[in-house]
Design a protein around this ligand. Structure first.
Ligand SMILES: O=P(O)(O)OC[C@@]1(O)O[C@H](CO)[C@@H](O)[C@@H]1O
Length: 371
């Protein structure tokens, strides 16, 4: 059982344009979609499509369009009533695969709602193998919400009364379906900015940043002095001066940044690098190799939710006891499939092209110092 936590869910509206976005002009949509979203919700949608047991936890009233949509598509969830509408986020896509995203702030949560949400999560996590904490925090939630949750999840112990509760689908909570039943849930975090920095320092088992989020995290955890200092891998460029686009094509630098962050609490990292694939950096001391994944060029329709599909792929492979290489392959295949689908559609098993993905042990480039 994998629980997902989405503190700031959204109704995701996607508008598909027949031409590139023209700022300041009136344009007609070629198609439009609305889907229940927010990163954790997407992960649960992808896990459900892959046939895994998952429970999405989110704030939201039972009549909110996000929750009613989850009921319609059969994704098990629990909503914490907050008496306010959830946000609507807009994605605008064009035929070249360019995605423009506008995300609302989300409803204001008061202290009681924040505490109630944490309590709901801790109860649902009992007996879960993984908890995926994903997305931005809504107004009112403290920046260290994920960090505190990680600590609380570590201390969370099974409780028979809780495992007999029911979820929104009316089914009994699965409670225990895997080897982690007697332990606290492993924690994966997919967030950004200050919430990610605070969470990463609390030592979740896995983080899933993209290039931009990794740069932000490095700056927050390591500061300028770390960016200048040579890490375990030779660094051709200081983190302070590299752009996310440059970082995506420089996996040696990605590894160096992750290594720096690992000195500040980060454990394993799955770094998604858009068209340039992904890097899986194991937790320090695990003895596992760093792995890289890549694939052939892809016709991109919408990048919204591709990272969420990747994390879902990693978790679903982990759930069936797959090796790190197969976790990375599944992550990459699911992310690619999501990018080739419209809106924030989550791929199902028929959409995956696992054989397109190449996974190899990563050898960092060393700077030529001979000259
Ligand atoms: O504002 P956040 O929480 O950072 O991101 C929210 C969001 O952009 O993330 C998902 C895609 O990853 C979408 O479903 C959703 O609209």
């Amino acid at each position: 059982m994998i629980i997902t936590v989405t503190p700031n869910p959204s109704l995701d509206k996607t508008v598909e344009l027949p031409d590139p976005l023209a700022v300041g002009q009136v344009q007609r949509a070629a198609a439009q979609h609305a889907e229940p979203g927010g990163k954790g919700v997407n992960i649960s949608r992808a896990l459900t499509a892959a046939g895994h047991q998952t429970l999405a936890l989110l704030p939201g009233d039972p009549t909110d369009p996000v929750l009613t949509a989850l009921c319609e598509i059969g994704v098990a969830h629990r909503g914490l009533p907050v008496g306010e509408a959830l946000r609507t986020n807009i994605a605008i896509t064009d035929p070249a695969g360019t995605t423009t995203k506008i995300n609302e702030r989300g409803p204001q949560l008061d202290a009681a709602a924040v505490a109630g949400f944490q309590e709901m999560i801790l109860r649902a996590a009992q007996g879960a193998s993984w908890a995926a904490l994903a997305g931005s925090l809504p107004p009112g939630a403290p920046t260290d919400f994920y960090a505190r949750l990680i600590t609380a999840l570590r201390e969370n112990t099974p409780d028979d009364a809780v495992s007999a509760s029911t979820d929104s689908t009316g089914a009994e909570s699965p409670g225990t379906d895997d080897a982690a039943a007697d332990d606290s849930a492993l924690v994966a975090v997919d967030a950004s900015g200050e919430a990610l920095a605070a969470a990463a320092a609390a030592g979740p088992d896995l983080i899933k940043p993209n290039a931009e989020e990794l740069l932000e995290l490095h700056t927050a955890l390591c500061g300028a002095e770390q960016a200048e200092k040579p890490g375990p891998v030779e660094a051709p460029t200081a983190a302070a001066t590299i752009t996310p686009e440059e970082l995506e094509i420089d996996k040696t630098q990605v590894l160096r940044l992750v290594r720096d962050c690992q000195a500040h609490g980060v454990r394993a990292a799955l770094v998604t690098l858009g068209a340039h694939g992904a890097l899986l950096v194991p937790a320090p001391g695990s003895g596992e190799p760093v792995l890289t994944a890549s694939g052939p060029p892809l016709e991109v329709r919408s990048t919204v939710g591709a990272g969420d599909a990747s994390l879902a792929g990693y978790l679903s492979a982990a759930q069936r006891g797959a090796s790190p290489a197969d976790r990375l392959r599944q992550a990459m295949a699911q992310g690619r499939a999501a990018a080739s689908l419209p809106g924030s559609t989550m791929p199902g098993p028929d959409d995956l092209r696992l054989s397109d993905v190449t996974v190899a042990e990563f050898t960092p480039e060393t700077k030529d110092t001979a000259s």
